[in-house]
Design a protein around this ligand. Structure first.
Ligand SMILES: [Zn+2]
Length: 484
């Protein structure tokens, strides 16, 4: 029996707002001691009222528009009731039947084929507190409680772990381009739950759905889905029945394990949040947000190809992050687009190699665009040779020093000082009297030999045209138009 895989993804992304979703506490709690970014609202005290964070609504709307969603005229918040110690109020303020964005899509490219994955909804809710269980007691940190959390839900149209990974990478890239989330999965600001089921190939009916949790990296998503495909296929092949359940991914063991059987949506007893007014989204507001959407990865990639003549692969790599695309364009702005290809080659070659080797993001690298351009100009003017430029670049990467400083320190620049070249020319002549005599006797090739000796003594740094001029002078032949 052959099967097909059906995957739907729910992504939660913390929004980069200054304050929390319904109170004025700072949402930037990453390095704060536990329970310091709290107030009566996010602590869930009785008698307090939430206030909607406008920026969070706008970021969600911007994301929904970037994902081609419809923005309804009306949206509201709802209470999602469940009991867990991470919920300070005993309920979470979320959105149920009137989300900010509906029916959009995201295009992915797997193995060169484009596929549209439909987006069901984009909605806004609040994050919950962090609970750590320590044996017979538990610790709670409320700093995270109330941080704006955007949820992007896909239709179950993803058909392999590879597609799921591509979808997540693409979605994260869009969120980063929009500047609405850090998209950092390891730090928990970008989280993914995956629903996966399998069914006999060609069947229309969906199989029993398993929800996967604890997927803390792209790798975990990919591996957990791969594991589930195999586990579910094996179960059906052996005549077992699959049950709808939630399973957790154990990174250390590379397996999923049962956590609980799935609650149904009506267990949450959703009802409209009585403490918040419904929002009427007027079209002028939507238009304003739409106009503020920056150029997104695909559009940028296509423009890089037409504007700078880059190949698809190169344009894809350079636009993989906004920071890298900006870096490239800042360099091009300093040099003119004639050097775009050269800049692209350097960023994709030695630069990427060093960034990878040191796990550095380009925005944190010590080489600024003006420093890379300085090096490339030196290379272009012939002031430095290719191999030396590579060595200088590596030193720039580690020390952050400018190319000209490194070249001066290591005496790597081209030698163009006439007095110094003259000294070396004399040294080469006195060391090779036979070649001097040969040249004077009319043997032209002796000149090339003597030039080679000068280059050898200066380790290739001497300016070749000056060497020739000075050699001829010293051999008693004045080059035409040459000065004394
Ligand atoms: Zn608060």
């Amino acid at each position: 029996m052959t099967y097909e895989t059906v995957i739907g993804l729910e992504v939660h992304a913390q929004l980069l707002t200054k304050s929390k979703m319904f109170c004025s506490c700072s949402a930037d709690y990453a390095n704060a001691p536990p329970n310091t970014h709290v107030c009566p609202v996010c602590l869930g005290m009785p008698g307090v009222l939430p206030v909607i964070n406008k920026k969070a609504v706008e970021y969600t709307m911007m994301t929904a528009l970037a994902l081609h969603c419809t923005i309804p005229e009306y949206t509201k918040f709802d209470r999602k009731n469940y009991n867990y110690p991470d919920l300070m109020k005993g309920y979470q303020i979320s959105q149920y039947d009137a989300p900010i964005g509906k029916r959009g899509w995201l295009a992915i490219e797997s193995n060169g084929t484009k596929k549209k994955i439909n987006i069901t909804r984009v909605h806004l809710e609040e994050d919950v507190a962090k609970v750590q269980h320590r044996g017979d007691y538990s610790l709670i940190d409320v700093n995270r409680s109330g941080v704006p959390l955007m949820e992007v839900v896909s239709e179950p149209e993803i058909s392999s772990p590879e597609e799921a990974r591509d979808y997540l990478i693409k979605l994260r890239s869009i969120l980063r381009y929009l500047g609405v989330s850090t998209g950092n999965m390891e730090e928990g600001s970008f989280r993914c739950d995956a629903n996966i089921s399998i069914r006999p190939s060609g069947s229309e009916e969906l199989g029993e759905k398993v929800e996967l949790k604890n997927l803390n990296s792209f790798k975990a998503v990919y591996q957990a889905l791969g594991y589930e495909v195999k586990r579910q296929e094996k179960a059906l092949d052996e005549g077992d029945t699959l049950v709808q359940e939630t399973r957790g991914w154990l990174d250390a063991k590379n397996i999923t394990v049962t956590q609980r059987t799935k609650e149904y949506a009506n267990d949450y007893r959703y009802f409209p949040e009585p403490d918040l007014p419904p929002l009427v989204i007027d079209r002028a507001w939507v238009a304003k947000i739409r106009a503020s959407i920056p150029e997104l990865p695909e559009a940028k990639r296509d423009r890089f190809m037409t504007e700078y003549g880059l190949l698809l692969y190169d344009a894809n790599v350079l636009t993989s992050s906004k920071a890298m695309a900006d870096y490239f364009e800042n360099c091009v702005r300093l040099t003119g687009s004639g050097k775009a290809k050269m800049i692209s080659n350097w960023i994709m070659g030695d630069y990427s190699r060093l960034l990878n080797a040191t796990s550095t993001e380009i925005e944190n690298a010590k080489i600024r665009p003006e420093n890379l351009v300085e090096l490339l100009n030196l290379l272009d003017e012939g002031a430095i040779s290719g191999p030396i430029a590579k060595a200088v670049f590596e030193e720039m990467f580690h020390s952050g020093k400018r190319a000209s400083i490194i070249m001066a320190e290591k005496r790597l620049s081209q030698l163009s000082d006439a007095a110094e070249i003259k000294k070396v020319v004399k040294q080469a002549m006195s060391g090779n009297p036979k070649a001097v005599a040969d040249y004077k006797a009319g043997k032209e090739s002796a000149l090339a030999f003597l030039t080679g000796q000068v280059m050898k003594i200066t380790k290739g740094r001497a300016n070749p045209s000056m060497v020739k001029k000075i050699l001829l002078q010293e051999l008693g032949i004045e080059p035409q138009g040459g000065e004394k």
